[in-house]
Design a protein around this ligand. Sequence first.
Ligand SMILES: [Zn+2]
Length: 156
Amino acid sequence: MRAQIHLGRILGIRIGLHYSWIIIAILIVFSLSQQFGVVHRNWNPTVVWGTAIFTALIFFICILLHELGHSIVAQSRGIRVPSIVLFALGGVSQMERDSPDARTEFWMALAGPLVSFILGSHPSQPFCGREKNKTSLLKRYTRTYCGTSKIFSTVK
Ligand SMILES: [Zn+2]
């Protein structure tokens, strides 16, 4: 899968978006804005849409971090990862070759879900962690969507 929109590089890995990502991003933002508008009737439209866009961005950052987990382990085992592409169904790390052995494959496969698990459950994460006291709705929504991305990415 080739990226049509290039966002930059992280650790030498090109990060890109496939056009299908735009469709799912719009659907997620609209869906969140509808939900926020219903649940928080006192929010003005700017806050509703801003929170929806921010939450969607965090969701996609969680997917990107998941893919970086796979990629960093691959690169540490000598497998070059030229790019990561985010698309409608999640993300994909494009590796130059298959893993040479089962052990490498195991750790590469485990790294992504492990990153997602940490994002969804680690208490020190600013946006994806457990809130210590029932404070910010934004934190709760963000955690929900990071958790969703964890499941979503694991299915891939
Ligand atoms: Zn994965």
